[in-house]
Every structure is written in C-alpha cells, then in structure tokens.
Write a protein that binds this ligand. Structure first.
Ligand SMILES: Cc1cc2nc3c(=O)[nH]c(=O)nc-3n(C[C@H](O)[C@H](O)[C@H](O)COP(=O)(O)O)c2cc1C
Length: 392
C-alpha cells in the first residue's frame, strides 16, 4: 500500500487499521503493543511543548462512543508519545512518534465482520480493496478505509496545532448542515462562542436541536444521513501556496478529499460562483485605514486568490456522505460465490459521520497550512523581494 504520507516539508505518515491487534495477541508483549494506529510527524521544530494532554484533547473530539449520535464502539483513543520529545515535554527537532493502541477488538466483533467477509457492503471501500489487494485485503472493520484510521491524523494535527498556536493561526470546524437541515449564517465569532456546545457541534443552537432530533429518527429507522462540515482558518498570512500544482487550495483539497466519506469541497462561495456575474463574484480590495494594509470588502474567494492565501479567512465547505453501513437490508453481491444476495449489516456505526469528522478536517487543514508555511519560508529564504511588498 502506498500514499500514507501527506505534506512536503512538514510531513505526516500514518499506519494502522480498525482491528489491528485483534489478530496478534502475543502474550509476551504488553497489550498496548498488539496493534493500533501510529503517526510519525516529521519537521517539528525544537522547543515546542507537546504533551499527551494536548493531543488527547483533540482526540477526544473524534473519539467514538461519546453520544447517541455516534458508534457504540468504545475506543479509549489513548495516545502515547513514542519519540521526539524530551524533558518538560519539549520537542527536540527529531520526528515525533505517536501511538494509539486499539483496545476494543474483541473476537466477537471480529467474528461479526468475518461473517460478512465476502459480502460487498454498498458504499464501503471493500469492493475496490478486494480488486486491489485480492485475498489478503483487510476485511475486519474496513482496514485503512475505516474511520478509525483518522485518529492518527487527528493526533498528528494536534502537533501542527501546537506550532500554529504560536503563530496566532486558528482553525475551527463545525457542522452547518445535516440531512438537508441548514444552519443560519455562521461567523468565525459565533463558531468560537458555540464551539462543541451541542452533540453535533453546530453553532446555530436551534438548528442543532432540529438536526439531532432528525438524526435520532433516522437512526431508529436503521438508516444514516450526510451533511456539510465547514472549516474557517483565521490569521493565515498572505502568500502561502506554490503555483502551479501546489496551490494552497489544491493541497488543502488533497488533505480533505483524502478523508473517507468526503465527497466534495468548496472554497468561499464555491459552486455559487457558477451562478454569479463577475460583478457579484469579485471581492473588491480597499485600503484599511487602521493599518494602511490592503483588505477585501467581501470574502467570496474564501481567502485564496490564484490558490495563494490573501490574508482573509480561509473558508471551506465539505460535503460528507451518509455513513455507508446501514442496518436496512440492501441488495449486494457475495464475491466468493458470485451470487446476488440481500444483506443488512448489523455492526457498530454512526448515524452520521459529521459529528466525528470535523476534527479530522481541522487536522488536515492545519497540516496543509503548516506545510505551506514551511514552503513559503524556504522560498523567502532565497528570494530577495523588496520589503515594500510586505506592506501591501
Ligand atoms: C470519522 C469517520 C468515521 C466513519 N465511520 C464509519 C462507520 O461507522 N461506518 C461506515 O460504514 N463508514 C464509516 N466511515 C466512512 C468510511 O470510512 C468511508 O465511507 C469508506 O471508506 C468509503 O470511502 P468513500 O466514502 O470515500 O468512498 C467513517 C469515516 C470517518 C472519517
């Protein structure tokens, strides 16, 4: 399997699967080493305080089994910092290694997955994994395609957060739509004020209640639904992103589209631009009298021009599909017997991925922005640009 690293200078590599450890119970090693998720974060500067609590705080947002809206799977998601940190939790500049053991990997759950081993789950990655990896494909809990894989990204994203916090760059994610129920307009300030104040992390409190009621109804029907996650990045300096193939918009999209269940991404007004006139789409610049800098009166571009950050908030909308595993019977295929069958999948899963995916989106945006900062810093280190251009 290839493609497990993201980033060019600030690089994150992950490994691990949903049920790794469940097949490797060697009594000569501690259970924490049976299996789980790992992240190696390369490019962390020395002198950054990286505590387990800081990483745990981010993991808590994604951890399953916390409310009726997510999977009953009970994973502790306890992180161990394996390397790259010495006294007083300070980074040394060496790669930071993070380990999250799988703990909820009982035989009974694995056997449930084994009973569906050859039955293609509609909407899941099993079919394409069998095509690619044949008989050795991981059939227990979707392997690398599982939502569990994203715990390692969130842990790595917490390291990026520790660095971005020092630069005054804030990334915040929330749910703005669930199963067609839309929140009202959400500013950065409202998102901050109501961050994680309800189970679905929708800053519009009234709409959040409506969304939750609807999700419980859908769950009772054995079904699932999709929604929209939004991310705002504030304090991002202008000039991040490398033309032409490595635009910041392109690397953020790469990071977000690599998350399972994500079906679309928009920046700023996104697809709405397709229905506008130029006069409606353009953000007009003005000179800010407070600091003499150039700003934009509106932000339909979502903080990016030519794929390069323009100093305004980066605003991203992410389409998340309904959780594919549903307990309603569906027609499918047994790839062992090559028969058409009907199957309901009674395993543990979320009625909506949205309440658990927003921290993953935050993590990927943080990693993409930090990597772009490293790239821009490297370029500025050798390019001589007249200081007057820093003032615009
Ligand atoms: C945080 C998170 C949790 C997820 N939970 C589930 C789940 O419980 N059941 C399920 O079928 N898919 C779940 N998924 C979605 C699958 O990972 C994804 O739909 C699948 O790999 C197919 O990929 P695609 O939807 O991108 O085509 C989850 C994804 C994420 C990011």
């Amino acid at each position: 399997m290839m493609g497990n690293t993201f980033g060019r200078l600030f690089r994150v590599t992950t490994c691990g699967e949903s049920y790794s450890g469940g097949f490797n119970r060697d009594l000569n090693i501690p259970p924490q080493l049976y299996g789980g998720l790992m992240a190696i974060v390369d490019g962390v500067p020395p002198g950054i305080k990286i505590t387990p609590e800081l990483i745990q705080q981010e993991l808590e947002k994604r951890r399953p089994g916390q409310s009726e809206l997510d999977t009953p799977r009970k994973e502790k998601d306890r992180v161990y910092i394996f390397s790259g940190v010495m006294e007083n939790h300070m980074s040394t500049g060496a790669p930071v290694g993070l380990v999250i053991p799988n703990t909820d990997i009982e035989d009974s759950q694995i056997e449930k997955h084994r009973s569906y081993k050859y039955i293609i789950r509609p909407g899941q990655a099993a079919y394409t994994y069998y095509k690619k990896y044949g008989e050795y494909a991981d059939w227990a809990g979707a392997g690398r395609a599982s939502g569990r894989e994203t715990a390692a990204r969130v842990a790595a994203g917490a390291v990026a957060k520790a660095i971005l916090d020092k630069m005054g760059i804030d990334v915040i994610g929330f749910i703005s739509e669930s199963h067609g129920i839309k929140a009202g307009p959400i500013t950065y300030e409202l998102a901050k004020e109501n961050y994680r104040k309800n189970e679905i992390n929708c800053p519009d409190k009234e709409k959040a209640e409506e969304m939750i009621r609807d999700l419980m109804k859908v769950k009772a029907e054995g079904d699932t639904c999709g929604g929209v996650v939004e991310v705002i990045a504030r304090g991002v300096p202008a000039g991040l992103g490398e033309p032409v193939f490595d635009k910041l918009s392109a690397t953020i999209a790469h990071g977000i589209m690599s998350i399972g269940g994500v079906k679309g991404i928009e920046f700023g007004a996104g697809f709405e631009h397709a229905r506008m006139k130029g006069s409606e789409s353009n953000d007009t610049p003005y000179v800010d009298e407070q600091n003499g800098r150039i700003r934009f009166k509106t932000n339909r571009a979502g903080g990016l021009l030519g794929g390069i950050s323009n100093g305004e908030d980066i605003r991203i909308r992410i389409a998340v599909k309904p959780t594919p595993t549903i307990s309603i019977p569906q027609s499918t295929v047994n790839i062992d017997s090559f028969e058409n069958v009907t199957q309901a999948f009674k395993t543990r899963n979320d009625p909506s991925i949205c309440p658990r995916i927003y921290p993953v989106c935050e993590a990927m945006v943080r990693i993409a922005i930090l990597d772009a900062i490293y790239m821009a810093g490297g370029y500025r280190g050798v390019a001589s640009i007249h200081p007057k251009w820093d003032k615009v």
